[in-house]
Ligand binder design. Structure first.
Ligand code: AMP
Length: 473
């Protein structure tokens, strides 16, 4: 049985931009469905467009529930309690195509010969377009526009063998940044791309196994962190235990966890590669204060993602930290609104300056990144209206100049405000009194390594998996 509880909707359209997502998986726990439900709550920051859970019902069947919206909107907790299941995978999706589509909600459930597979995937493949065209020419019919279905079709073409063999063979043909959890009635498989661009970790709970994009989701369900899935590793878990193997394809270049996970994307209470994200961000803020000090009365951060860096800046600069902006928690992300005017309205809905804090004071405003510039420009306008004196923008990452092809939504180069502008030009455009960025070396240093340890393509254009000319650059 494979149950689709929601109707299909949305336009069939090739996805050209990236997908940020969160994945979660459980094997060998009587509350697998419920745990996955809670795990997805913990990963909600990684995607708010759709959510889905596939639960193993018995040796043959998986049951899928997915829908558009937040985890709280898609699932009724009472339903989840009764699902049982012993194993499950879940997914939250943040599409950046601008057209939300139920077709692309995951997990993607397919039947490969007689076995049901549920795939939950975070990231983007750089060669999905060419693989899809080839598969279509050869007769494959696609139901979705997501890269994940390409993996499913490739696995389907592997004539025979175990699910693990099929998956390995399929993954041998794809390139990009991904973290993938795949459930069949017989096993759970957890994979990271050969560079380890997207994160994935493993934990244990009551004798069972838990996999999650971020360790904060393990904490939420009470699982004990065991380790991260290594770059290029396939972790295979079934009732006889856990085994591990590696994709044949070795990275031609360095390993490369996405540095933007540390800067913006991951939750501050997650640990990545052994480092706590909050502490890394705080260190970025300290370096920013050392490298770009300025006299000011108060330091504020743009809630929530910049608060760690702002506190580090304030501590290092010995300037009082204050809440200069209040964030409305009930307004979602503004980032993906298609028109700039709508994005600006979104920023105003989301933030309100604290007049009593900023009025007649010189303010250092710390944000984690400037992508299109909408947030900064609008916030500076709001702060000026609230009576702020000088406004000094400090960004805890370098100028964002190149699009990401591995799973972070960062638009097209034409929309990236720093793509062809100096810091002074950006400063003038956003209306700040001063603007400084943190260097890529400093960001890497704060994250416990050097630039060669990370994917920093968005800052330096060094694509560790070369894009294959199929993106709207
Ligand atoms: P922008 O307004 O386009 O300059 O975007 C920068 C703001 O959006 C910053 O405040 C970041 O915290 C946030 N941000 C950066 N990257 C992303 C992303 N991939 N998705 C959503 N928000 C982001």
């Amino acid at each position: 049985m494979m149950e689709l509880t929601d109707g299909w909707s949305g336009l069939l359209r090739r996805s050209t931009l990236s997908e940020e997502c969160g994945v979660f998986g459980v094997w060998g726990h009587p509350d697998a469905g419920l745990l996955t439900h809670y795990g997805l709550y913990a990963l909600q920051h990684r995607g708010q467009e759709s959510a889905g859970i596939a639960v193993r019902v018995d040796e043959q069947d998986l049951r899928l529930r997915s829908g558009m919206g937040l985890v709280s909107e898609v699932f009724d907790p009472e339903d989840m309690k009764n699902l049982g299941g012993r194993a499950a995978v879940g997914h939250v999706r943040y599409s950046t195509t601008g057209e939300p589509s139920m077709r692309n909600a995951q997990p993607l459930c397919v039947r490969l010969q007689s076995t049901l597979w549920a795939l939950a995937h975070n990231g983007n493949l750089v060669n999905a377009g060419s693989l899809r065209s080839r598969l279509e020419e050869e007769g494959s019919i696609f139901q979705t526009t997501s890269d994940t279905e390409v993996i499913a079709h490739l696995a389907a073409r592997v004539g025979s063998g175990t699910a693990r063999h099929r998956l390995e063979t399929a993954l041998g043909q794809i390139r990009g940044g991904y973290a993938l959890v795949v459930l069949t009635p017989d096993e759970l498989m957890c994979v990271r791309d050969p560079h380890g661009i997207r994160p994935l970790c493993l934990g244990r709970l009551d004798g069972g196994w838990v996999a999650a994009s971020e360790s904060c989701a393990l904490d939420t369900v009470g699982a004990e962190f065991v380790r991260e899935v290594e770059p290029g590793e396939i972790v295979h878990i079934d009732d006889s235990g856990m085994t591990s193997s590696f994709l044949g394809q070795r990275p031609s270049r360095r390993a490369g966890l996405c540095i933007f996970e540390y800067i913006y994307f991951a939750r501050p209470d997650s640990n990545l590669a052994g480092l706590n994200v909050h502490q890394v961000r705080k260190q970025m803020g300290r370096y920013l204060a050392v490298d770009s000090s300025v006299q000011a009365d108060v330091v504020s951060g743009v809630p929530d993602s910049s608060l760690s860096a702002a506190s580090g800046y304030a501590e290092q600069a010995q300037i009082p930290y204050e809440m200069g902006l209040v964030r409305n928690r009930y307004v979602g992300r503004t980032f993906i609104q298609p028109q700039d005017s709508l994005r600006q309205l979104g920023v105003k809905l989301k933030f309100n300056p604290l007049r009593k804090v900023v009025q007649d004071r010189s303010v250092v405003l710390v944000d984690d990144s400037i992508v299109r510039g909408t947030t900064c420009r609008t916030l500076i306008g709001l702060l000026r209206t609230a009576g702020a004196g000088e406004i000094h923008i400090r960004i805890s990452s370098p100028p964002y100049q190149y699009p990401c092809y591995y799973g972070i939504d960062t638009s097209r180069p034409g929309e990236l405000i720093a793509a062809d502008r100096s810091a002074d030009e950006v400063r003038d455009l956003i209306g700040a009194d001063s603007l400084s960025y943190l260097s890529v070396d400093r960001v890497a240093q704060a994250a416990g390594g050097d630039v060669a340890d990370f994917c920093t393509a968005c800052f330096d254009g060094e694509y560790i998996v070369p894009p294959q000319g199929e993106h709207d650059a």
